[in-house]
Design a protein around this ligand. Sequence first.
Ligand code: FE
Length: 226
Amino acid sequence: MLFRQLLDHESSTYTYLIAAGIGDEAVIIDPVKKNIAQYMMLIQQFDLKLVAAIDTHLHADHISALGDLSSQLGCDIIMGEQTQAQGVDRRLKDNDQFHFGGLSLRAIHTPGHTDDSYCFVMPDRVFTGDTLFIRGTGRTDFQHGSASDQYDSLFNRLLTLPDDTLVYPGHDYNGMTVSTIGEEKKFNPRLQVDSREDYIVLMNNLKLSPPKMMDIAVPANKNCGR
Ligand code: FE
């Protein structure tokens, strides 16, 4: 498999470019608008046909490249069916499969960080968006977030994947790149709670400041970053 994990330094966002191999159909997950030249370079160098650009949710901390990639390469824009974004070509629902170039992604609806949050599962790995981070979880205090919903998304969905499933998050603020479900079950401090109530108390007492770009990013991303 051709797999590239790309970092946006400013927002600590990870973007993933995935294809079976050189010359094949590809998808990109959570691309950042200002890094589009880098994506175009890799797509060209690997002779990829980008068939879809996917956002795991409506981002508040960076402007999405979905619209620009679609305009320039003609790929489909994919998000979850709950999204408020306009101009989405395909709206996935829970358990939908997306096939491309001999690979496939299974969408799982994992509300909590936002109500439109999805994770994408491949046989050996999962793209966890802002639902599960390495030793953390996505905040639940805006954009229809819900700590209670996130508890279900984590404990009843993501953590039921095999322990050796690789975890590729939507962000990392500490220089970590990859983990596993088993490792997070054991060492993620947010996952050491005894009950839903404990998780809600934990998440409701984080006292985080709003993302710097929220007032610009959310309206832009409702139009796929165009
Ligand atoms: Fe987010």
